[in-house]
Write a protein that binds this ligand. Structure first.
Ligand SMILES: NC(=O)c1ccc[n+]([C@@H]2O[C@H](COP(=O)([O-])OP(=O)(O)OC[C@H]3O[C@@H](n4cnc5c(N)ncnc54)[C@H](OP(=O)(O)O)[C@@H]3O)[C@@H](O)[C@H]2O)c1
Length: 208
């Protein structure tokens, strides 16, 4: 598959490294063509910068931008009809400024209506993503309204070295994104550490 990582900061870089270990073709893109963070990452990983045409014909785009940049990021995805993996964390979830109380992934689905959106990776740090290949037991939850697309992204996460866990429809991304705050309370407030991660032990496997 052709995969673009849109957003080349800490988390985008960690995911790009994990994607590079798969058999897929990986492109990178920052906030605009020629972005400094994208150039630096492109050079260090040996992965090409995506042109707008590359984004358009990607099978999957990992959207890894701050929620404040969602509208302008969506402009780079205008007309996109593939899969978007939303790795966007909400900065004000369940707090006053997010009056709509919808998840970032739901916002992405509204901003790019032709795409199939899957939520993922917001309950872990970029450091945990980097360590996932050594640990081989880092769970990532995925939610989507399209079951086939959910299966595709779960298989990809498996190839990337994670333990994918299905969490139902996209509306559940509200809980999954909120779990990022729970992670923060555990890892940062209580000082369990930046690379603290969740591992889910299912009684029955549901990844097929
Ligand atoms: N860092 C983590 O551990 C972590 C963990 C889980 C989830 N997340 C989520 O991942 C997202 C990114 O976090 P981060 O820590 O990687 O942030 P970051 O280091 O500040 O990087 C943000 C990146 O987003 C890009 N960007 C900003 N606006 C954009 C736009 N309109 N279109 C395309 N790219 C745009 C920036 O590109 P330029 O450099 O070109 O400006 C930059 O490369 C956030 O939503 C965060 O909640 C982060």
């Amino acid at each position: 598959m052709k995969i673009t990582v849109l957003g080349t900061g800490d988390m985008g870089a960690a995911l790009a490294k994990a994607l590079k270990r798969t058999r897929h073709q990986v492109f990178l893109r920052g906030s605009a063509e020629g972005s400094g963070s994208c150039k630096a990452l492109s050079e260090s990983l040996g992965l090409p910068e995506a042109k707008i045409a590359d984004i358009a014909d990607s099978n999957i785009v990992f959207l890894v931008v701050p929620d404040a940049g969602l509208k302008s990021a969506a402009a780079q995805l205008e007309g996109f009809d593939g899969i978007i993996v939303s790795v966007v964390g909400v900065s004000g979830y369940l707090i006053d400024e997010n009056k709509s109380k919808q998840s970032a992934a739901e916002t992405v689905a509204k901003l790019v209506p032709g795409a199939s959106v899957v939520h993922g990776y917001t309950w872990m740090s970029s450091g945990s993503v980097e360590l996932s290949s050594e640990r081989a037991n880092t769970s990532v939850v995925h939610c989507s309204d399209d079951r086939d697309v959910l299966n595709t992204v779960c298989h990809l996460s498996d190839e990337m070295g994670f333990k994918p866990v299905k969490a139902g429809k996209l509306i559940n991304s509200r809980f999954a994104e909120a779990a990022g705050f729970l992670w923060g309370a555990i890892a940062l407030e209580e000082d369990y550490g930046w690379n603290t991660y969740f591992e889910v032990h299912p009684e029955n496997s549901t990844t097929e």
